[in-house]
Write a protein that binds this ligand. Structure first.
Ligand SMILES: Cc1cc2nc3c(=O)[nH]c(=O)nc-3n(C[C@H](O)[C@H](O)[C@H](O)COP(=O)(O)O)c2cc1C
Length: 324
């Protein structure tokens, strides 16, 4: 909460007009400078002004931290900068920052003597070291009547910093990425299958990394792990199901990461009832080859626009087989 809060009304309005979804969270002091209805009016969304309001979500800071793709703290007072540096979370702004998963831009604004104090400068250094972008205040005439450094940076500088922070985090924005994960399962009978040791963790990690970088991600997987925010998951079992799912998902995709371990063989015959121990003194499984999914996708001219990356687990002569 500082006098420069009124300038953020214009910025919030311009961002909303430009098509951004904007939500405003205010400290109690900020609300003394600008009324929440002003921000609600220009953004078209309710303002979050506290942690305990009955009509907001049960954990408004977690909601905002999950939702935001970029957070701007402006005007950042000496007080809020100190509270962010010390990890406080006793109001909606600082709690949201702790719950944030997005890049954060902080734009300080204060009296020149406040800005010059070692305490403030040391707190700003802490924020920078933690990866927060600081938009330095400008020099000029201050609301307090003094001349010096402390004026909130202009809207162009704030926007520039926001664009830069967003571009460096979300360098896959607008891209469609398809990832496969896990070992395929080929049924023997209705209750058994053959598979391999693939855990699916590599595919899940790749999908999460692509989503964090702003891609629209579809994960075609046989494995179950906790799902990362914002990934569309398609569950499959067999190599054939994986292939069919990939065919439909790959239309319009930019990148395919094939981290799944697709089986090379499947039972030639599927028993339609459980093979019972009592009726089966010994059992030989006849296996039939599964067409090479990675090879068929790698050589498919219809997928020319899709950059395709294949994975293979080998147990010997790793370099030679990788080159091959
Ligand atoms: C009229 C007035 C103007 C203020 N302007 C600023 C300012 O520009 N920058 C600043 O750091 N503090 C300013 N303050 C002090 C803050 O409002 C105060 O430190 C408050 O506790 C900040 O709370 P917040 O960081 O939770 O918003 C001002 C106080 C008043 C009364």
């Amino acid at each position: 909460g500082g006098i420069a809060a009124y300038k953020i009304v214009d910025l919030a309005s311009a961002l909303t007009e430009a098509g951004c979804e904007v939500r405003v969270a205010m400290t109690p002091s900020a609300m003394r400078f600008v009324g929440p209805p002003t921000f609600a009016g220009v953004t078209g969304r309710p303002v979050l002004s506290g942690m305990w309001s009955a009509d907001a979500s049960p954990e408004p800071h977690v909601f905002l931290g999950d939702w935001a793709q970029l957070i701007l703290v402006a005007p950042a007072t000496a007080n809020v900068i100190g509270r962010i540096a010390s990890g406080r979370s006793d109001d909606i702004v600082t709690a949201t920052l702790l719950a944030a998963r997005s890049p954060v831009v902080v734009a300080p604004a204060m009296n020149d003597a406040m800005w010059a104090k070692a305490a403030v400068q040391e707190n700003v250094t802490v924020l920078r070291k933690r990866g927060i972008t600081i938009v330095e205040p400008e020099s000029g005439h201050l609301a307090s009547g003094h001349e010096g450094a402390g004026r909130l940076a202009g809207s162009a500088a704030l926007l520039d910093a926001m664009v830069h922070a967003a571009r460096s985090r979300y360098d896959l924005a607008g891209r469609r990425v398809v990832v496969t994960a896990g070992g395929t399962r080929e049924p023997i009978d209705p209750v058994r299958f053959i598979s391999n040791y693939s855990s699916g963790k590599m595919g899940f990690a790749l999908a999460a990394a692509a989503a964090d970088r702003g891609a629209r991600v579809t994960l075609v997987t046989t494995a179950n792990h906790p799902q990362h925010h914002g990934i569309a998951v398609q569950r499959v079992d067999t190599a054939e199901e994986m292939q069919a799912e990939l065919r439909s998902q790959l239309r319009g995709a930019d990148l395919l990461l094939m981290a799944a371990a697709v089986g090379d063989f499947r039972p030639a015959h599927l028993a339609d009832r459980k093979i019972r121990r009592e009726e089966t003194p010994s059992l030989s499984l006849e296996l039939a080859p599964i067409p090479d999914l990675v090879a068929s996708l790698a050589s498919d001219p219809e997928l020319d626009g899709v950059f395709r990356v294949g994975f293979a687990a080998e147990d010997s002569e790793l370099d030679a087989k990788a080159v091959e």
